[in-house]
Design a protein. Sequence first.
Lengths: 294, 321
Amino acid sequence: MLSLTNVTRRFGTNVAVENCTIEIPAGQMVGIIGKSGAGKSTLLRMINRLIDPSEGTIAYGDIEVSTIKGAALRLWQRDCAMIFQQFNLVPRLDVLTNVLLGRLNHRSTALSILGLFTQEERASAILALEQLDITKTALQKAGTLSGGQQQRVAIARALMQRPKVILADEPIASLDPRNAQIVMDSLRAINQRDGLTVVTNLHTLDTARTYCQRIVGMQNGRIVFDGSPDDLTTDIAREIYGAEGLKEAFSETMTSTSLPAAPATAPDKSASNEPVKSRAGEVAKRMTDAQLVT
Amino acid sequence: MVELDAGAMLRTQETERHYRQLLGQRRLYSVLIIIGLLVAASASLWFANETNAGKFFDRIPYFFDFFKDLAPRDGWEIWRALFDLPSPYDDGSLQYNYPVGRVYLIGPVYLPEYFYKMIETLNIAIVATMFGTALGFVFSFFAATNVNSNRAVRFVVRRFLEILRAFPEIVVAGFFLVVFSLGPIPAIMAVAIHTVGAIGKLYFEVVENADMKADEGLRAVGANKVSRVWFGIVPQVMPNFMSYALLRFEINVRASTIIGAVGGGGIGEQLRLAISRGHEAKTLAIVLLLFTTIVAVDQLSAYIRKRLVGEQAFALQGALA
Ligand SMILES: Nc1ncnc2c1ncn2[C@@H]1O[C@H](COP(=O)(O)OP(=O)(O)OP(=O)(O)O)[C@@H](O)[C@H]1O
Ligand SMILES: [Mg+2]
């Protein structure tokens, strides 16, 4: 169980995250939504300790995440993998090496620097690539891959860490609809098949509704909503995004993701886009009609 | 052509500026060698003039006699001097006895004296560049803000690098040659020390311009500092590092030649001796060899650099276009 208690983060006088308290049981898939600048990234980065909280405590089981340092901190970071919007791979190294770098905290630095990864590690890296259907890119330089492929490499690297939690900071924000769907499907598969806790920031409401069991809404650094997708009424959505932002949050579903209600197989593009467009469009229209236009 | 964001633009401009700096220094050293040659030659002319009757300034109208003095007895003499072949003018004096300098390798196979000396000079440059670059590499990460967050250490390392590159190689070499007596080791030390300072600075600026996304990714993996630098930053900066090291090598070949002339051994010393003794064929042979070697080194280095940073050079052209 991951628990944040009264967590606050300030940048100078600017409060990015304010007094957030939340408990996430193991195995949950949580989506964090909110306007740009709401503090989503800051919250996630504090959990992985890329940023230190100003106040409050973060704990995972009996690990006091918010205060650990040095080797203990790196061990936590290994257990709590992070996926970034810009992938954050090493572009000049090949895909396989990038995936193997997920093992860095499992082995001695000297061995890593000499490039001595074991047969076993190599095999499991290839297996991870296979799961994400990008094995054929294994020897290509990571920087030469498409965005969707790079994000899948990043997920493979995260899996190599053998983490307990996966954090994803807008993992699909720079991907086209098809790749966005593949990446979200992979995250869901990891959550369901391997039972890992997944916490992901999402820019669009629709993606969060489709993929997450639980949605957390943030506004101005505070948690203003925490519940199931069904609890997320249009009133609340409007509060989170603001009247202007709400339209945007929906219109973006058509440009940044293509998400059929039940993505069982990878559907044909035109077939998958159509229902989403109509569904999202319909919701947006309903909201506009009912509340937004005064 | 790839789109360049603002950061990439800045980086390429930075790189361009560094290249110009290094090329400027290389040119300066070439000019120094040429000036040195002229000064040495005129000095020996003056000396010869003094010991004869007449005065230098009276002789200015006969300035071109100097070049006449440099003219060998026949064109083949240059090649005989260069390849240590027997000369028909051999009178047992050092001036025309070329084969005496031969360095025998196996049986009758020999290396001509000046090739041997040229290799000695190149060797000084290679060893100094390797040691200097390796140390500069290590120091650069301690000096870079984005790798080392400890201000005090950064400050000390940067000042240290400044001190190392404050004095030209030749000055440091002069000092070492006095302290440690003549030979290639003091020359190597002098060139290496300056290289650490110069390369260390160039390198840390490259590191500070590195894109830190890869590093952040590895931090989130739980990798330690050494791994993060090695896997997150080094692959990115390596083409630039290699390129600067090669440019530095070109400069160091010139520096080693000049240091040779002040007692560091190698081809520089031979050149000074040949000029001061008025051995015209030997002088020309050495100048020819030196010129050819420097051009060859520069061309080879340019070729490797182009291959290493091919794509970046492309971006550079794009940014400057
Ligand atoms: N390193 C930093 N230094 C200063 N201020 C920061 C820093 N990082 C974030 N902030 C500020 O904290 C606030 C929250 O930023 P954060 O990146 O967490 O928002 P976000 O919800 O992730 O937004 P987006 O959807 O645009 O990614 C913003 O006002 C931002 O300007
Ligand atoms: Mg963000």
